[in-house]
Design a binder for this molecule. Structure first.
Ligand SMILES: NC(=O)c1ccc[n+]([C@@H]2O[C@H](COP(=O)([O-])OP(=O)(O)OC[C@H]3O[C@@H](n4cnc5c(N)ncnc54)[C@H](OP(=O)(O)O)[C@@H]3O)[C@@H](O)[C@H]2O)c1
Length: 412
């Protein structure tokens, strides 16, 4: 594309205003914002009113604008804006993980039809340059796993919880500091991480996985008994988003995990994000950085805009690989389930049980479970589940027998 980038910006909130600032302060990039479309006519703005419009057409119908930066907080409206931008022959950069996780294939088809680029580095792990690395650097090395902490709000709350502060206090503090929304559901229930994981899977392994296909458990149901268990064994609980290839099967999950001091994410605290990439030849590598915030997120948007100077576009080369993906395969993972004493933990399908404990009020059991059962178990509010970070295994041929044996043992 021509080297002179004229940007139409949708949204002037946390990330949009950050983009305005970083563009002004960036010496290297010759790209300027021409028009900013926002929603609220009564809001006071920190920059001249001449920048602002309330009509999408002022960007989408302007032939001089060749880049649309979509930085609004409404994924449905964003879907329409991005489609119209593609049809108008404009490149788009976006930070909207929900939009991308839910509509990527349709958007890509439209972008390709119109010969334009669609970049979204800021949508996953804020300032951490993970998508372009997965696309370019890890293009030849065969990836076996990608996992990480990709939601700063829940990591902040968990860091506080691991230090003995209650969930509610930690959430209040996170809201006070601006790390958590008034309605924190998307963050604390793991949905935000799940959107991001489905995008990571696309770039790491190739397939398009709808977010709903990935079992998700957030952090709001973590019990004191889980935190005590972690503390006694020098573990920390982290909300990990994981995708791992085991043979021809992809295991994907977002859930609280016990991690030991050897794990790359053990010391990743507060609002920081981290992504661990595991590949055949390069082994494990850790990316760490700020996963949100005005300037860190805007820096990723800036990098995308800068890449457009060189006509960069993701190539999704791994999509062409024939990998059998099955998140419903009979894999087994190790986990701990805790609940009040009046809940029956014996009929949940746990096998290879390693530990059982029953206190005055609460109990727990540590064992293995088939990944096909995770979704149903995650939906049960009366039990808490924390996974161990061991690689999943194929469930053995003797599995049925073991299940029966455990059931008999439990019923004695
Ligand atoms: N905040 C972060 O740290 C972060 C990190 C990574 C990714 N993201 C993603 O970045 C995007 C923006 O987040 P944000 O935190 O910057 O949001 P925000 O601070 O809430 O700002 C949202 C902006 O969008 C504008 N807007 C909403 N609906 C619109 C519409 N239909 N047309 C035009 N403008 C509209 C709002 O206009 P008014 O100003 O008129 O209200 C506001 O300026 C989201 O997709 C978010 O998930 C954010």
């Amino acid at each position: 594309m021509e080297k002179n980038l004229k940007i139409g910006l949708f949204g002037f909130g946390c990330v949009g205003s950050g983009l305005y600032e970083v563009l002004n302060r960036s010496q290297l990039l010759d790209a300027r914002i021409k028009t900013i479309v926002v929603k609220d006519r009564n809001k006071k703005r920190s920059i001249p009113a001449s920048y602002f419009s309330f009509e999408a057409e002022d960007i989408l119908g302007d032939p001089e604008i060749n880049v649309v930066a979509e930085l609004i907080n409404d994924s449905e409206a964003a879907f329409e804006i991005v489609k119209r931008a593609f049809r108008a022959g404009k490149n788009v950069v976006s930070a909207n993980k929900k939009l991308i996780a839910e509509h990527l294939d349709e958007l890509l088809a439209l972008a390709n039809e119109n010969g334009v680029s669609f970049l979204y580095e800021a949508a996953v792990a804020g300032s951490i340059p993970i998508i372009r690395n997965l696309e370019e650097y890890y293009n030849n090395d065969s990836l076996s796993a990608i996992q990480g902490i990709i939601n700063g709000t829940s990591n902040y709350i968990l860091t506080q919880s691991n230090e003995g502060i209650s969930y509610q206090e930690a959430l209040d503090k996170a809201q006070e500091l601006g790390f958590a929304e008034i309605d924190p559901t998307l963050d604390v229930e793991g949905f935000d991480s799940r959107f991001k994981l489905s995008i990571l899977i696309k770039h790491a392994f190739g397939p398009t996985i709808a977010p709903e296909q990935i079992p998700v458990k957030g952090i709001s149901g973590i019990r004191k008994i889980d935190l005590d268990y972690a503390k006694e064994r020098n573990y920390r609980i982290k909300l990990l988003a994981r995708a791992e290839r085991i043979g021809d099967t992809l295991f994907a999950v977002v859930a609280p995990h016990f991690v030991d001091s050897e794990h790359f994410t053990y010391n990743v605290s507060n609002e920081f994000n981290a992504v661990v990439v595991e590949a055949l030849f390069s082994d494990k590598q850790l990316f760490i950085g700020k996963g949100a915030g005005s300037y860190p997120t805007a820096s990723a948007v800036l990098s995308d805009i800068s890449a457009l100077k060189f006509d960069y576009n993701y190539e999704y080369r791994k999509s062409e690989r024939q990998i059998v993906i099955n998140t419903e395969a009979p894999l087994a993972v190790k986990l701990m389930i805790a609940a009040d004493n009046d809940i029956n933990l014996n009929d949940l399908g746990l096998f290879d049980i390693e530990e059982r404990y029953s206190g005055v009020k609460e109990q727990y059991v540590v064992g293995k479970i088939l990944t096909t059962k995770l979704k149903d178990l995650f939906a049960r509010k009366e039990i808490s589940l924390t996974l161990f970070n061991d690689a999943p295994t194929y469930a053995s041929a003797e599995l049925d027998e073991q299940l029966i044996t455990n059931q008999q043992f439990a019923n004695v």
